[in-house]
Design a protein around this ligand. Structure first.
Ligand SMILES: Nc1nc2c(ncn2[C@@H]2O[C@H](COP(=O)(O)OP(=O)(O)OP(=O)(O)O)[C@@H](O)[C@H]2O)c(=O)[nH]1
Ligand SMILES: [Mg+2]
Length: 407
């Protein structure tokens, strides 16, 4: 035994602070959690079907078909469904805010207002409850994630989509998704995704992206850090955005004797849980597994705090598109285009747009030429008819002269 070890002070017995994480775990486990998700997008895009697919039960009955027979709704409805999920004794209270009627009207000017008002109202209500003397049990319906369903047109985003997403993204964690992705081919889907990503960046819409820790990037490449898997997962999720979604409430045999949730077509099955068919699994992982806590904490620390600060500083939210209350972006939006592959896509898209514009101009010129030709033809016809009228008038005149002679 060396002298150094012989004289070393005896190690004190552990106080027990290392047990703190276990205590925290116990408290969290007993408290459970609350998660509020809002679904936005035009009627019939599969919002209700998606939520039923996500929770693997009929949480809400799809009434899309019934709606279409009703007269068009004048206002956006806010429809709240509550559910309790339990896994390994952990309870998650889920609130689903459905918004049927969005974008149904001919004039969709400010269609986003009820959605934005709902989010602001929840922040407002929470803030008021915090100011009360007894504030132990708070009613909390602050929205942790907004899923914005984009119609799978393959072309691009409509102005109403851009306007709505812009406003939602300053107030809550916005996650755009491509609805009914099974209606697009793989190639169409890739192009559509790139186009949407471009618009999101150009318009500076701040969508929720999983945190990519800058310090861990190098480790991720070498694969030496345990965090590297998480970073890689985040990167994969970011690359897949906006997620292509397919929803179904039915199960089918996949040909190998397994029942899978899918949509059935004459040519085969679109399997919901198959990563090569759609991004459903990625979105579910983001929402309910990997980034649930991130969604909840960014809502508290970023969106709610911004709202609270602005209100306490005296900004008024008078609704009706009051631009005074447009919330500023606190943190710069995480870039979607960190991947050099997108540069190629960007160039390809620019070329595509230029070609499209050229083709449209050509079509317009041709159309103009056709109109000119048509005018020339009609003028010719008119002259011919006028000539005939003149001849007939002369004939009438000569007949009248003859008639007067006969008298
Ligand atoms: N092809 C295809 N059809 C889908 C998908 N998801 C839902 N549908 C169908 O689309 C129709 C409308 O679905 P809903 O879930 O009621 O749509 P919604 O967005 O809730 O509609 P509203 O409640 O009217 O706003 C139903 O017939 C669904 O079966 C999908 O991923 N792909
Ligand atoms: Mg619905």
């Amino acid at each position: 035994m060396s002298a150094a070890t012989a004289t070393a002070a005896p190690v004190p017995p552990p106080v027990g602070i290392s047990n703190l994480p276990n205590q925290r775990y116990k408290i969290v486990n007993e408290e459970g959690g609350t998660f509020t998700v809002m679904l936005c997008g035009e009627s019939g895009l599969g919002k209700t079907t998606f939520i039923n697919t996500l929770f693997q039960t009929v949480l809400k009955r799809a009434d899309g078909q019934q709606h279409r027979q009703e007269p068009i709704r004048k206002t956006v409805e806010i429809d709240i469904t509550r559910a309790l999920l339990e896994e390994k004794h952990f309870e998650l209270r889920v609130n689903v805010i459905d918004t049927p009627g969005f974008g149904d009207n001919v004039n969709n000017n400010k269609a986003w207002q009820p959605l934005v008002d709902f989010i602001d109202d929840q922040h407002d209500s929470y803030m008021r409850q915090e100011q009360q003397p007894y504030r132990t049990k708070k009613f909390d319906l602050r929205v942790h994630a907004v899923l914005y369903f984009i119609r799978p047109t393959g072309h691009g985003l409509k102005p109403i989509d851009i306007e709505t997403m812009k406003r939602l993204s300053t107030r809550a964690n916005l996650i755009p998704v491509i609805a009914k992705a099974d209606t697009l081919t793989v190639q169409e889907l890739q192009q559509f995704k790139s186009r949407i990503r471009q618009v999101i960046e150009a318009q500076e819409i701040r969508i929720f992206t999983p945190p990519l820790d800058a310090d861990s990037k190098e480790d991720a490449k070498s694969g030496s850090n345990p965090a590297s898997a998480a970073v890689e997962h985040a990167r994969q999720l970011i690359e897949a955005m906006p997620f292509a979604i397919v929803g179904s409430e039915k199960k089918f045999d996949n040909g190998q004797g397994t029942q899978v949730v899918a949509r059935k077509y004459p040519w085969g099955l679109v399997e919901i849980e198959n990563d090569s068919h759609c991004d459903f699994r990625k979105l579910r992982a983001l929402l309910l597994r990997t980034y649930l806590l991130d969604l909840i904490s960014t809502t508290q620390e970023m969106h709610y705090e911004t709202y609270r600060r602005l209100r306490l500083e005296g900004h008024e939210n008078t609704g009706e598109g009051n631009e005074d209350f447009t919330l500023p972006a606190i943190a710069p939006a995480r870039k979607l285009s960190h991947n050099p592959r997108y540069k190629e896509e960007e160039n390809a898209l620019k070329k595509y747009f230029t070609d499209q514009v050229k083709a449209e101009e050509q079509r317009f010129r041709q159309w103009e030429q056709n109109i000119v030709n048509e005018r020339i033809r009609l003028n010719g016809d008119l002259e011919e008819i006028q000539g005939k009228v003149k001849k007939l008038e002369e004939q009438v005149k000569s007949l009248q002269v003859k008639k007067s002679h006969l008298k």
